[in-house]
Design a protein around this ligand. Structure first.
Ligand code: EPU
Length: 426
């Protein structure tokens, strides 16, 4: 176990290269299962979750070449015949592994994927994944903790209306639809940039997909897919985290190789808080002088404010001038971290999915516990501005989503060290 020791008070200043998005790279890895051959992914982030997904693909019979991983390149060789099971020991570490369900049932005619279960951000259902695949002809049940899907005659096209624009369900159904016979319509689809990235790679592979980036996806199948080379879209959550970090610490950070257009609503909120944003062709810079002003935030599916940046905005609100209201609409457990933020002196009251944060002029360092990636990032940002020392335990959560975390922070001038987090039993 490791923790971060942060001495607060330094402004974040400098440039950060933003690598590929975790939530795209993991799904592109799953997409490689759709066809035999060599998929080459560039701009893959060096994070723990990619390693877990790689291990899962290996269990299915794929060979991974990580010799160029230092420069972001990952090669996946998918054999003619793949194993159709995803075991609990890996799936439980990585919810994104549910994305193999669609490709496996579409390609193998059957799939057995451990139920990922809930996690520390709340209950996370699979109903839309299951009912969509059922409409495409799969028979699905849950047996001994596994989702078991069968479609011996293959999948067929269907008209699917999602109750809610679920990211994971849209991805699973989109991937499966490329090999289904006939036309699949996915209505009320999610349209996050990571989904556009997946659809772009599938199109390169030979899939026929209409409506990319809109709430209605139309897939004409089955496509004769072939493995391709693809560059992962930049990570808007990593870029957004360091952008908010610049505002929290009154600093100036340039996010290189990042897409400001994927963060429109976030940058608008930061501007309202008093920050300046300058955008260039392949980078953007966020700077802040003085104390931020309170802003209200409501999380929604893209292009709304991302739930994955909610904790960082609560940290910002905690030191802003005035009272902010933050509403969380995606995950029922995402305010659990405010108890930890309160240990730093933040004044946050929650009622259901609303949080009211009365900004304080200063926070004070304390030991806190990160319970998921984004909660960890929110606590980290608060620690960077808190007076004195903050210890953030549970760094492995942050390592799941933030490449070279400590090096990036030190490069920006933060006083942060990684150290063992062992209990001394005397
Ligand atoms: N939901 C259902 N039934 C379903 C599908 C979803 O009830 O069949 C509910 C979930 O329980 C949740 C909500 O709908 O309350 C949103 O779920 P969604 O399917 O949109 O999200 P996801 O695919 O589980 C991905 C990201 C999350 C990100 C959300 C929302 C990955 C691996 N995860 O999760 O990222 O917060 O979309 O944008 O892509 C993170 O990176 O820290 C993270 C949690």
């Amino acid at each position: 176990m490791e923790r971060l020791r942060i001495r607060g008070g330094n402004r974040l200043e400098g440039e950060v290269p933003v690598s590929g998005a975790k939530n795209s790279a993991l799904k592109l890895m799953a997409a490689s299962l759709l066809t035999q051959g060599r998929t080459v992914l560039h701009n893959v982030p060096d994070i723990l979750d990619v390693k877990f997904m790689g291990a899962l693909l290996k269990r299915m019979g794929c060979e991974l070449d990580t010799s160029m991983f230092d420069s972001g390149t990952l090669t996946i060789d998918v054999p003619e015949s793949i194993h159709h099971e995803a075991d609990y020991d890996l799936v439980r570490r990585l919810r994104a592994s549910i994305t193999v369900l669609g490709p496996l049932v579409a390609r193998c005619g059957r799939a057995k994927v451990a139920l990922p279960g809930g996690d520390s951000i709340g209950s996370r259902g699979l109903g839309m994944h299951v009912s969509g695949l059922e409409r495409m002809g799969a028979q699905i049940g849950v047996e001994h903790g596994f989702v078991v899907a069968e479609a011996p005659a293959g999948l067929h096209g269907a008209s699917i209306l999602l109750d809610f624009p679920s990211v994971g369900a849209t991805e699973n159904l989109l991937l499966a639809a490329t090999l289904a016979h006939g036309t699949t319509l996915i209505d009320n689809a999610a349209r996050e940039p990571e989904i556009v990235d997946i659809a772009d790679m599938l199109t390169k592979m030979g899939a026929k997909i209409g409506g990319i980036g809109t709430p209605t996806l139309e897939v004409e199948g089955p496509a004769d897919l072939s493995a391709v080379e693809h560059t992962v879209v930049p990570d808007r959550m990593v870029a957004g985290t360091w952008a908010i970090g610049a505002v929290v610490t009154g600093g100036e950070v340039t996010l290189r190789d990042a897409r400001a257009d994927h963060l429109d609503i976030v940058l608008d909120k930061l501007t309202r808080a008093g920050a300046s944003v300058r955008t260039g062709p392949v980078s953007f810079t966020v700077s802040m002088e003085g104390r931020p002003r309170a802003v209200n935030v409501v999380t929604l599916p893209y292009p709304g404010f991302p739930t994955d940046l909610q904790a960082m905005m609560v940290a910002l609100a905690a030191i802003s001038e005035g009272t902010s209201m933050v509403t969380e609409n995606l995950f029922d457990g995402r305010f659990r971290f405010v108890q930890e933020l309160a240990r730093l002196g933040a004044d946050v009251r929650t009622d259901g999915h609303h949080a009211v944060i009365r900004g304080r002029p200063a926070l004070s360092g304390a030991p806190v516990e990160a319970t998921d990636i984004r909660a960890g990032a929110g606590l980290l940002l608060a620690g960077l501005v808190a007076e004195g020392e903050t210890l953030v335990s549970g760094v492995h959560h942050l390592d799941r989503g933030y490449p070279r975390l400590v090096e990036v922070l030190q490069g920006l001038g933060a006083d942060v060290q990684r150290e063992p987090d062992n209990v001394d039993f005397g």
